[in-house]
Structures are given as structure tokens and as C-alpha cells.
Write a protein of this length. Structure first.
Length: 116
């Protein structure tokens, strides 16, 4: 399934991990939350989906396959031009590193990008 808008998946915080005691947050997803706070206009231009921690993550699997369900991940819209570092699954492009994601979003939608 190819999305019509760029779609960012991040783990909803806080969450519990059945394998560990305690309550957690994903540091890479927290970076994305901070980037969204610094660039609030992105949320009106892309779809932001905060998903539960446990796998399988069916919404992501439907777009980019079971092997690519880690978060954060930005699945690019079918009309988007993928950057050179984008990964591909069956014709759908995605980014799965916070710096790559925020570089792309800043270039595509304006606003602050990650400091080199």
C-alpha cells in the first residue's frame, strides 16, 4: 500500500516492554517528537501515527514489510521524490534514521533541520 501523504510512524510514549521491568520511551522517537515540536507545521503536512510498542505493527507491515517495522520510520508518499539514502520495499520508499527523516522533512516542508 502506497500512502498518499508522507507518513511518520513513532512509538507512543510511555510504553511497557513485557521483557523488561519499568516504563520506557524510545530515544529515537523522542528525537522525532522534539523535531515535531520545533516544526509544528509538519504535523499539518504529513500523517503522524503514534503506534503501540508491541510487534507485529500491522500498519507499517502493510506499507513496507515485516522486516521494516522498527520505528521511527517515515514512509514516503507515492508522489514524493526519495532522497539518495531512502530504502525501498516493493516500490515504496522510506527513511528509518532520525537525521535522515528530519533532513528530508526540512527540505520538503521547510523549517529547522538537524544540526550536522
Amino acid at each position: 500500500m502506497k500512502p498518499t501523504r508522507d507518513t511518520l510512524f513513532i512509538i507512543a510514549a510511555p510504553f511497557e516492554d513485557a521483557a523488561l521491568d519499568g516504563t520506557w520511551f524510545c530515544t529515537a522517537c523522542a528525537t522525532m517528537e522534539g523535531a515535531l515540536l520545533a516544526n509544528p507545521h509538519w504535523a499539518s503536512r504529513i500523517d503522524v501515527r503514534r503506534s503501540a510498542f508491541p510487534r507485529p505493527r500491522q500498519d507499517i507491515i502493510a506499507m513496507i514489510g515485516e522486516a521494516n517495522q522498527s520505528m521511527p520510520v517515515l514512509v514516503l508518499a507515492s508522489r514524493s521524490t526519495p532522497p539518495a539514502d531512502a530504502k525501498e520495499y516493493e516500490g515504496v520508499f522510506f527513511l528509518d534514521e532520525p537525521k535522515s527523516i528530519t533532513r528530508y522533512l526540512a527540505a520538503a516542508y521547510g523549517g529547522a533541520g538537524p544540526h550536522p
